[in-house]
Structures are given as structure tokens and as C-alpha cells.
Design a protein around this ligand. Sequence first.
Ligand SMILES: Nc1ncnc2c1ncn2[C@@H]1O[C@H](COP(=O)(O)OP(=O)(O)O)[C@@H](O)[C@H]1O
Ligand SMILES: [Mg+2]
Length: 248
Amino acid sequence: MLDAHNIHKSFGEGAILGGVSLQVRKGELVSIIGPSGCGKSTFLRCLNFLEIPDRGTINAMGVTIARDGGPWRRADEHVAHRLRTHVGMVFQNFNLFPHLSVLDNVLLAPRVVKGETGPTERDEAMALLEKVGLGRVAQRYPVSLSGGQQQRAAIARALAMRPEIMLYDEPTSALDPIVAEEVLGVMRKLDDEGMTQIVVTHDMRFAQVASDTIVYMDGGHIIESGPPETLCVDPADDRTRRFLRTVL
Ligand SMILES: Nc1ncnc2c1ncn2[C@@H]1O[C@H](COP(=O)(O)OP(=O)(O)O)[C@@H](O)[C@H]1O
Ligand SMILES: [Mg+2]
């Protein structure tokens, strides 16, 4: 489903990703954990070319982009655009458009892709809002919603592109535990439906109960990965053990 191979990324002199490789199977839920600043967000953003890797290859849904340190060309941007149509992204701070109703936020993507939207698109958008539990607030503006509702609206908006893969960067870090639970519930529902999901998270409880695979990153590298029952109980690397001791 998604294959990232040997991804390198620097900002100026600083090497942030030093050759990160990750394979994700269809329907898998992968949590990425690790200390702040270790490159988790950068790696996630590289997966859909919000950040352009310096080197490495990414294949998602059969769309391949290989980087060899050369310039990023217009043709590459076209391929990246095609790749992004398969990959939805959700951010820590929701990034909803404040001047649009929740429904219009969800309708934005189909509107851009198809031009005008009619009753069909509207019904589909409403169905997505029902699915994340927001059918009754579809006409409201983001500012009048709780953080948890806003984040669920952001998920519905990403789903409107009909992505095969969803990426989340700390989706619940800005939320208190109760509303965070509603967001995590939506992600688990999507998991049950077979969605492929990659989640950068601080929420170790979610990572442990919901993930097929937990990836531990440190210093721009994947140190180890495995199912929660292995990685959290008997990690192979000292760095993983130390990190887990501080967060569990
Ligand atoms: N656009 C950028 N320009 C310069 N440095 C950046 C940029 N984005 C991230 N960094 C740096 O890269 C490192 C990794 O950041 P990030 O991927 O956000 O880590 P994490 O998500 O694990 O906390 C940090 O030191 C951060 O300051
Ligand atoms: Mg981050």
C-alpha cells in the first residue's frame, strides 16, 4: 500500500531524517512514537510530499516518486499531486477554514476537483459528517464547535477525497482526554472498515490498543518497530526502553 525507502531530509545543515524506511500494508494502523524533535512530523509530511525528501523513494498506491538529491521539477509536482489524491492528512490544529460551515469545509475538496457540486456531492458530504457524528452541526461554523468536533470535521474533510491512506500528525494533542476519545473512536471505526492509517501520536494508550504496528523513531531514524505486545513489553533497543519508561 505504501512503501517509503531510505528517506533523507535536511533543513540547511541539519540532517533531520537519516534514511527512514517504512512499509505499510493495506488496512494496517501504524503508530509512530518518539521524542519531540526526532523527525516524526517531517517523515509523515514527506510521505505525501508536503515536505520534499532530498533522497529516497516513496510508492503509494502504485504512484512512485524517486528522489536522488536533484531539483524538484514541475513534472515531479504533477506526480506528487496524483499521489496526494490517494493520501488524506489530518493535522494537530485541525486547519479548518473558519469562514466556511462544517459542510462547506467537507464540500471543498469535491468542489475543487469537480467544479460545481450538486445534491450527490452534498449527500456524500452529509454521509461523511454522519459517520463522524457531526450530522447535526453540519451548518455550523468551526469556531462554534469543540476541538473534538473540529478534528472530526477535519477527518470528514480528508475523507471527502476518498483517500486509501490517512495520515494523522498528533490528532489529539490539542484536545482534552474526553473529546480526544471521540476522535480516536472515529479512527478505530475507519480501521474496522479497512482504512490504512499512519498516526504520529503521544497517546501511548491509543498506540497500544489500536495499532497493528508501533514504530519508534529517535534522532531521524526508525530504531525499531513491531506489534504493541512486542515493542512495548520487550523492546530490543535501549533507547526505546528508556523512552517507554518515561511515557508509560
Ligand atoms: N521547515 C523546517 N525548517 C527547519 N527546521 C525544521 C523544519 N521543520 C522541522 N524542522 C526541525 O526538524 C526537527 C524535527 O522536527 P519534527 O519533524 O517536527 O519532529 P517531531 O515531529 O518528531 O517533533 C526539529 O529539530 C525541527 O526544529
Ligand atoms: Mg511533530
